[in-house]
Write a protein that binds this ligand. Structure first.
Ligand SMILES: Cc1ncc(COP(=O)(O)O)c(C=O)c1O
Length: 414
C-alpha cells in the first residue's frame, strides 16, 4: 500500500498521505499524538525480541520514546518519501530536537580527533562556533574555502573526512556548486589509502528540499534546521537529516544514545507544516521577487543580494539554476549610511518583526553582524562579506505590498 502510494502520487500528495495507516489508530484520519514514554510488549519473549532488533540497529520497533515513537517514525518516512522516494534507493530522514543537534550528531557520528573538515565561508554563526569548539576540544582540523574552484586546487591527505557546505551562504547568499564539491569528494575517496569515504554534508536550511535537493547532486548527508522553512510558522525548534540508509544509521544510533530526539507534539506540528510546504515556498519566492525588485530601485539600498537577480550568464547564475528551482524568501542588502542608518531602519519597521531566525510566514529582519554572526571576529566577518550595515530579510507570506510598504517607510526615514 505504502509502496503503491510512492509510485502513484506526486511529492505534494506523498507529503500528506505517506507513512500512516489509519487502521492502526482506530481509523483516525490523521495520526493521533502519541505522548507515551514507553510501549508495552505482549509477552516477555516479545520484549526480548524487540531488544534483539534494537541492538541490530533495526528501526521501527516501539520500545521507549527516546529510541523512537510513532509520530516521529511517520514523519521520518514521509519526509524521505516526499523528497527522495523516487531518486534514492534507500532514503531515510532523521528528526532531531534542533538544527544544531542535527549538525552536532552528524559531526560526532563521523569525525575523530585529527580529522580534517573543509567548510565554505561564511557559515551560520552557530555552526561556525561549534566547529571551532570541536577544533579546540577534540583536535578536529579546520580549513575554509569559498567555492568549488578552491577545492580543486587543494590536495588534502587522508585526514580529510568531511566537506561541509551551506549553499546559498548565510547571510551573503552566494551559491556553491554542490555537484562540483561532490565530484571532488568522490575523487578524494578514490585516492584514499585507508578505504574510508570522504563525505559531503550540506546544510540545506535556506532552500528546503522542495527547492534544492543536495543528495540528488551527489551529497551524502543533508542537514536542516527544521525550525526555519520546514517548520515554517516560527512556533518550534527542530532539525532533520536526510541521507541514504547507510549514512543515516550511525547518526540514528548516536541520537538514541544521546537523546537528541524530539517530542511528539512538535513532530505533529512539523508534519502539518510539511503538508503546506510547497504552497508556502511558492509564495515566499514570489513575495521575495517583488520585494527585491523594490529594493533594487531604492536609493538607500546598496549591495542587494537575491538569488532571483543574479546577473545572467554569471557563474553564480549558472550554479543557482543548475542546482535549485527557486530563490526562497531570503534577501540581503546594505543600508546606505552605515550602522547608524541601519539601526534607524530596523527601529522604524512596523509589521516586519525584528528578530533572528527565518523561514516563517511572518517577515523577519535581522542584523547579522551584531546578532547571528557576532561570534565571528570583526576582521573575519569583514573578509566574509558581512559588514555592520548588512540586513538579512526573511520575506514571509503576507501580502507583498504590505511588506514593501513597511520597508519603504522605514528606509525613507533611515
Ligand atoms: C543555516 C542554519 N543552519 C543551522 C541552524 C541551527 O538551527 P537551530 O536553531 O534549529 O538549532 C541555523 C539557525 O539559525 C541556520 O540558520
Amino acid at each position: 500500500m505504502q509502496e503503491e502510494i510512492l509510485h502513484r502520487l506526486r511529492p505534494e500528495s506523498i507529503a500528506i498521505h505517506y507513512g500512516y495507516l489509519p487502521q492502526l489508530s482506530e481509523g483516525s484520519a490523521i495520526p493521533p499524538v502519541f505522548d507515551s514514554t514507553t510501549y508495552i510488549a505482549k509477552s516477555a519473549q516479545e520484549l526480548e525480541r524487540k531488544f534483539i532488533h534494537l541492538r541490530s540497529g533495526r528501526k521501527g520497533e516501539l520500545v521507549y520514546s527516546r529510541l523512537g515513537q510513532p509520530n516521529t517514525q511517520i514523519l521520518e518516512e514521509r519526509y524521505a518519501a516526499t523528497f527522495y522516494g523516487s531518486t534514492l534507493s534507500e532514503p531515510e530522514s532523521l528528526l532531531t530536537c534542533s538544527g544544531m543537534e542535527a549538525l552536532a550528531l552528524t559531526f560526532d557520528a563521523y569525525l575523530r580527533p585529527g580529522d580534517l573538515v573543509l567548510y565554505n565561508e561564511p557559515l551560520y554563526g552557530g555552526t561556525f562556533g561549534h566547529l571551532k569548539w570541536l577544533e579546540k576540544r577534540y583536535g578536529i582540523c579546520l580549513q575554509s574555502f569559498k567555492n568549488a574552484d578552491d577545492l580543486a586546487e587543494m590536495n588534502p591527505s587522508d585526514a580529510l573526512k568531511l566537506i561541509f557546505l551551506e549553499s546559498p551562504t548565510n547571510p551573503t547568499l552566494e551559491e556553491v556548486d554542490i555537484e562540483a564539491c561532490a565530484a571532488f569528494a568522490a575523487r578524494h575517496t578514490s585516492m584514499r589509502s585507508d578505504n574510508l569515504q570522504t563525505l559531503l554534508v550540506v546544510d540545506n536550511t535556506f532552500m528546503t528540499p522542495y527547492l534544492q535537493q543536495p543528495l540528488s547532486c551527489g551529497a551524502h548527508i543533508e542537514v536542516h534546521s527544521a525550525t526555519k522553512y520546514l517548520g515554517g510558522h516560527g512556533d518550534l525548534v527542530a532539525g532533520v537529516i536526510f541521507g541514504n540508509k547507510k549514512y543515516i544509521a550511525p547518526i540514528r544510533a548516536l541520537r538514541s544514545q544521546r537523546g537528541g530526539t524530539i517530542d511528539a507534539r512538535r513532530v505533529v506540528r512539523l508534519a502539518k507544516s510539511l503538508e503546506t510546504l510547497a504552497m508556502r515556498m511558492q509564495r515566499h519566492c514570489a513575495n521575495a521577487t517583488q520585494v527585491a525588485l523594490f529594493l533594487s530601485k531604492h536609493p538607500n539600498v546598496v549591495n542587494l543580494r537575491f538569488l532571483g537577480m543574479l546577473p545572467e550568464h554569471s557563474e553564480q547564475f549558472r550554479i543557482h539554476h543548475k542546482q535549485s528551482c527557486g530563490t526562497s524568501g531570503m534577501i540581503s542588502f546594505e543600508v546606505k549610511g552605515g550602522l547608524k542608518a541601519t539601526r534607524k531602519f530596523l527601529n522604524k519597521l512596523r509589521m516586519i518583526m525584528l528578530a533572528v531566525s527565518l523561514g516563517a510566514t511572518h517577515s523577519l529582519a535581522c542584523h547579522p553582524a551584531v546578532t547571528t554572526h557576532s561570534g565571528i571576529p570583526a576582521a573575519e566577518r569583514k573578509r566574509m562579506g558581512i559588514p555592520n550595515n548588512l540586513i538579512r530579510l526573511s520575506v514571509g507570506t503576507e501580502h507583498y505590498a504590505d511588506i514593501i510598504a513597511d520597508i519603504e517607510q522605514a528606509l525613507d526615514s533611515a
